[in-house]
Design a protein around this ligand. Structure first.
Ligand SMILES: Cc1ncc(COP(=O)(O)O)c(C=O)c1O
Length: 384
């Protein structure tokens, strides 16, 4: 069996969710919302199952969804994308990432990864034959620096895999970070594979800046989005890829033999959803920001050091002020002794470089968040 997959240990997400089930803990570990997703979008999917087309849809995606993606990004991000040649529908962002890496990388090519990183990245890069070169980002700001990029890029760099807003840190890269990254991509002739699944989940008036819109990046960026995050429908696995026509042709070949298509009824519903008026997207952000503020205030009142969440539906605490330097052991204690599951952020680093940050998912009902806070009362006193 291939060791890249055979040797992968059980993920911390599975381990924490299992412990949460066994102990009856409140699960703020795995990232999925309590919200069932907009009812009108779900009804559209149901109608499309009953009355619509249920055979193979076109490989590139339903034309109506590709047009909706292009129109959505024109409206929200000022991008001019041709739906015919520059937009493709995939089965979630994960398939889009796998396809992009398979299509772009030749064995031995170097791929720059920014840790902490989403768990799928490293095995997918390795399985595609890529050689990872890490840039380690540090709390609390998790910013890019010229020195760190200079150490990671080389003549062998083929691609960078970049996630913004960044899960698990809940931070948004600033315009200077993006300009720096684009500069390195241009200088080293590298492709930016941009995982922007959290593009709509940004707070405090922030606006998402897509890397594909930066000078000189139009022809060397693969932009990846996900309806799962835009509509709180994580189980749907409907993703979109945007890239210039020449690159898209090759990305489409990889997609052709991975999944070929995505359920047409879900595509039709997502096309409808993307055209919703601004109010829906503003409301999504407002509701999540309210939960973030409620949970942040609760944690702070209990004495936790909260790292402000700028985007995504996660927030992090710094456990170093509690005298704790082992996030995994801390999370184990949290679930077993206090009945709250969280995720140690060291799990998102290839070599566990940072061990003092713990992630919670706050996309939960008030009652769930309040119950978690009740259980967390006393943690600070006991461990400090
Ligand atoms: C950064 C990031 N990329 C990709 C995904 C997966 O997206 P999808 O469910 O559309 O495959 C997630 C889901 O949490 C994510 O946080």
């Amino acid at each position: 069996m291939n060791p890249i997959f055979a040797d992968l240990p059980t993920t911390v997400f599975e381990a924490m969710s299992r412990l949460a089930r066994e102990t009856g803990a409140v699960n703020l570990g795995q990232g999925f919302p309590d919200d069932p997703g907009p009812e009108d979008v779900r009804r559209k999917a149901a109608e499309a199952v009953v009355h619509g087309w249920n055979q193979y849809p076109p490989m590139m995606g339903l034309p109506e969804l590709r047009a909706a993606v292009a129109a959505h990004y024109r409206h929200w991000q000022g991008l001019a994308l041709d739906p015919e040649t520059e937009v493709m529908v995939t089965s979630g962002a994960t398939e889009a990432l796998a396809g992009a890496l398979l299509a772009l990388i030749e064995p031995g090519d170097e791929v720059v990864l920014f840790e902490p990183m989403y768990d799928a990245y490293l095995p997918l890069v390795r399985r595609a034959g890529g050689v990872p070169r890490f840039v380690t980002l540090s709390p609390p700001a998790f910013r890019l620096t010229e020195e760190a990029l200079a150490r990671a890029f080389s003549a062998k760099t083929r691609a960078v895999l970049f996630n913004n807003p960044l899960n698990p840190t809940a931070t948004i890269f600033q315009a200077e970070d993006l300009a720096l990254l684009a500069d390195f991509c241009r200088r080293f002739d590298a492709v930016a594979v941009c995982d922007e699944v959290w593009e709509h989940v940004v707070f405090d008036g922030a606006r998402h800046q897509p890397v594909i819109g930066l000078p000189g990046m139009r022809e060397r960026t693969v932009k990846i989005g996900s309806a799962g995050k835009i509509f709180n429908l994580t189980g749907w696995k409907v993703g979109f890829v945007c890239a210039a026509p020449a690159m898209m042709k090759v990305l489409a070949k990889a997609h052709q033999f991975l999944t070929f298509t995505t359920p047409p009824n879900l595509q039709a519903a997502v096309a409808y959803g993307l055209a919703k008026d601004d109010g829906y997207f503003e409301c999504l952000r407002r509701d999540l920001a309210r939960s973030r503020d409620r949970f942040t205030a609760g944690l702070r009142s209990l004495g936790f050091d909260v790292i402000p969440s700028q985007g995504t539906y996660f927030l992090n605490i710094d456990i170093a002020p509690l005298g704790d330097t082992d996030d995994a052991a801390f999370c184990h204690r949290l679930v077993v002794d206090h009945g709250v599951a969280a995720i140690p952020v060291s799990a998102f680093y290839a070599n566990g470089a940072v061990r003092n940050v713990v992630r919670f998912c706050f996309a939960k009902r008030d009652a769930t968040l309040d119950s978690a806070l009740e259980r967390l009362a006393g943690v600070v006193k006991r461990t400090a």
